[in-house]
Design a protein around this ligand. Structure first.
Ligand SMILES: [Zn+2]
Length: 231
């Protein structure tokens, strides 16, 4: 049963299930979906009261995943279509040529190929190559800066994730979504700093946000930029 409650300006939507259990359990998944398992026979009022009590926690968990809803934009990869790179829009220009290459010039992405059905593959490959270079370049000074907190991330890796911008494992492996290459550099910086802060503080506690605030005072601005841009 799909239900929702209003909490301040936020709406919390959840799936409610009843089962043979003694207490109410709430779980938040990486795609932000929220599941509430209630003991059989409990009233909706009671359930809602419990959810309301845990609302701040639920919102925090949803936020924890630095998640986004994948946009249902169908890209055609044809001339004239605009595509993002580091926060800017560029127009595709398909050029008949045996090259199979992508060139980024002024206002355009020039895709050279004989076979227009290859355009998407060529663009995605180009983005991935750029991600490797840029993520590393942006991360390097940040990793250096975080050494003062005694953190030593083992690796920065690029991983396609459906709902997340980034994540970090307890062992200090930081994963970044290659889609980030479409966002402004400061957004990429924000995601990396966010994950580095998690190496110091695992959860979204006050200490975590204080650290994030110190390390990147403009984080709120870039977080919402990121959400507007691609979410
Ligand atoms: Zn987080």
């Amino acid at each position: 049963m799909q239900r929702s409650i209003q909490y301040g300006s936020e709406e919390i939507t959840y799936t409610l299930r009843f089962s043979k259990r003694k207490t109410l359990g709430i779980s938040v998944h990486p795609d932000r979906s929220t599941e509430v398992n209630a003991p059989e026979g409990s009233s909706l009022e009671k359930v809602e009261e419990k959810i309301r009590k845990k609302a701040a926690w639920i919102l925090k968990q949803q936020d924890h995943f630095l998640s986004f809803e994948p946009r249902n934009v169908t890209r055609k990869y044809i001339s004239g279509e605009s595509h993002l790179y580091l926060g800017r829009q560029y127009q595709l220009k398909l050029i008949q040529s045996p090259d199979n290459s992508v060139k980024h010039t002024g206002r355009y992405f020039e895709i050279r190929t004989q076979d227009s059905t290859k355009a998407q593959f060529l663009m995605e490959h180009w983005y991935l190559e750029k991600s490797k270079v840029w993520f590393q370049t942006i991360a390097e000074p940040l990793l250096e800066r975080f050494k003062k907190h005694n953190v030593n991330p083992s690796k920065i890796e690029i991983r396609k994730m459906q709902y997340r911008w980034g994540s970090c494992s307890p062992k200090g492996r930081i994963l970044l979504n290659p889609e980030l290459i479409k966002a402004p550099k400061a957004c990429i910086e924000y995601v990396i700093i966010h994950e580095l802060c998690h190496l110091v503080h695992r959860d979204h506690t006050k200490a975590f946000f204080d650290l994030q605030q110190r390390e990147f005072p403009e984080w709120k601005k870039w977080k919402s930029k990121l959400e507007q841009l691609l979410a």
